[in-house]
Ligand binder design. Structure first.
Ligand SMILES: Cc1ncc(COP(=O)(O)O)c(C=O)c1O
Ligand SMILES: [Zn+2]
Length: 370
């Protein structure tokens, strides 16, 4: 199982035993790793994301850091008279789909023998990394914007992480961690390629739950694109191994108030652009400079997908209708529902969307919007 880290900018290669999260030229790294899907074996394994063991880049099982997470339920619901399959990734141990990425990334960090990491987050990725570091006995410093939901801040601290609340917006937090990352390993959910190796399991599960078939479209909320790119990487791996034959459309949804990728998509730009940004209730995707913007736009283009935006009222309305159906989600998760409601669905189209974060993390935001 040879795997290599490859720089997207200068094509320099690194062996994975090197603890690198970016290139010496500051370029983004991609993991080149040969995956396999022995379906008969997979079917007999525990219903966790580690059932796709031959597709996860950890050398030795003893390094796997897991709460037996994954294989979340996929259930049918109806919004605006249209049927959709909801994947309940709000049901993870730390309360968001970020556990997928954290499980694989922290397992790799353990395998590399690293004892301390730093991470920045709008809350959920920080909570997930803090939980898995607690399990793996790895120290971590988590940087968050000071306005992050109180529930997420408390959760990070209770896992035992050192919490750094940074004044200003999400970009200020990213700058603060960048400095810290000059001397400590950066367990970044958007720079570190091993995080995407975990988020890709979302689509492995969807495909398996649909009888090893792809849906017609997958609608995802997008900030840094960790779930969207994980989905794309996973689909390409399944296609390469001839498990699936076509690709579903990948539809990204952003809050209208912070939509650099939707703006770029509309203007046919290949990388994210920076329109006027305002505050949004969707705190998890309030990302003004997504570093993997070009990759995200490419994934959408290649799958014949699209970018949709949702206004603040549309998000709160979608939140309300989802809560009333009994799914307790946070406002950021409702962005995908708002996107689905606007999505021009064809008859008999099969659409999947994830519920990405649990509502209990953001009670005060939900309360304010009543
Ligand atoms: C609940 C929730 N949904 C969706 C996302 C979007 O993830 P990404 O920034 O990786 O696109 C986030 C990110 O923090 C989140 O917290
Ligand atoms: Zn490089």
């Amino acid at each position: 199982m040879k795997s290599t880290l490859l720089c997207q900018s200068c094509q320099k290669e690194y062996q994975v035993i090197e603890p690198r999260w970016n290139c010496t030229c500051s370029g983004l790294l991609t993991l080149d790793f040969h995956t396999r899907f022995p379906i008969d074996k997979i079917k007999k394994r525990k219903p966790t994301l580690w059932r796709y063991r031959e597709a996860l880049p950890i050398e030795h099982d003893k390094h796997i850091t897991s709460f037996d997470e994954g294989f979340t339920p996929l259930v049918q619901e109806e919004f605006a008279g249209k049927k959709v399959l909801l994947k309940q990734d709000n049901l993870f141990s730390s309360g968001s789909y970020k556990d997928r990425g954290a499980s694989v990334l922290v397992s790799k960090i353990k395998e590399l023998g690293i004892k301390k990491v730093v991470e920045d987050s709008s809350g959920n990725a920080g909570a997930a990394i803090a939980a898995y570091c607690a399990k793996a006995n790895i120290a971590c410093d988590i940087y968050v914007p000071e306005k992050t939901s109180a529930g997420k801040l408390l959760q990070i601290e209770q896992y035992g992480a050192a919490l750094h609340k940074i004044p200003g917006n999400r970009e200020n937090t990213a700058k603060a961690v960048w400095l810290a990352a000059q001397s400590t390993y950066y367990a970044s959910h958007y720079w570190n390629p091993f995080f995407f190796q975990g988020t890709k399991t979302f689509v492995f599960e969807v495909v398996e739950q649909l009888g090893w078939n792809v849906p017609d479209a997958i609608i995802l909320p997008v900030g840094n694109g960790t779930l969207l790119l994980g989905t794309y990487i996973g689909l390409k791996e399944l296609q390469r191994e001839k498990i699936i034959h076509g690709l579903p459309k990948i539809i990204g949804v952003q809050a209208e108030n912070c939509a650099p990728l939707a703006h770029a998509w509309k203007n046919h730009c290949k990388t994210s652009t920076h329109p006027f940004i305002k505050e949004t209730i969707a705190e998890g995707i309030a990302i003004t400079h997504p570093v993997r913007g070009a990759e995200i736009l490419n994934a959408i283009q290649e799958t014949h997908g699209a970018m949709i935006t949702a206004g603040e009222y549309e998000i709160t309305d979608a939140l309300q209708s989802t809560l009333r159906k009994g799914y307790y989600i946070e406002p950021t998760s409702a962005v995908a529902i708002a996107g689905f409601k606007k999505y021009p669905m064809k008859q008999d189209e099969e659409v999947v969307l994830p519920l990405t974060g649990h509502g209990l993390k953001a009670s005060e935001t939900i309360m304010k919007k009543k």
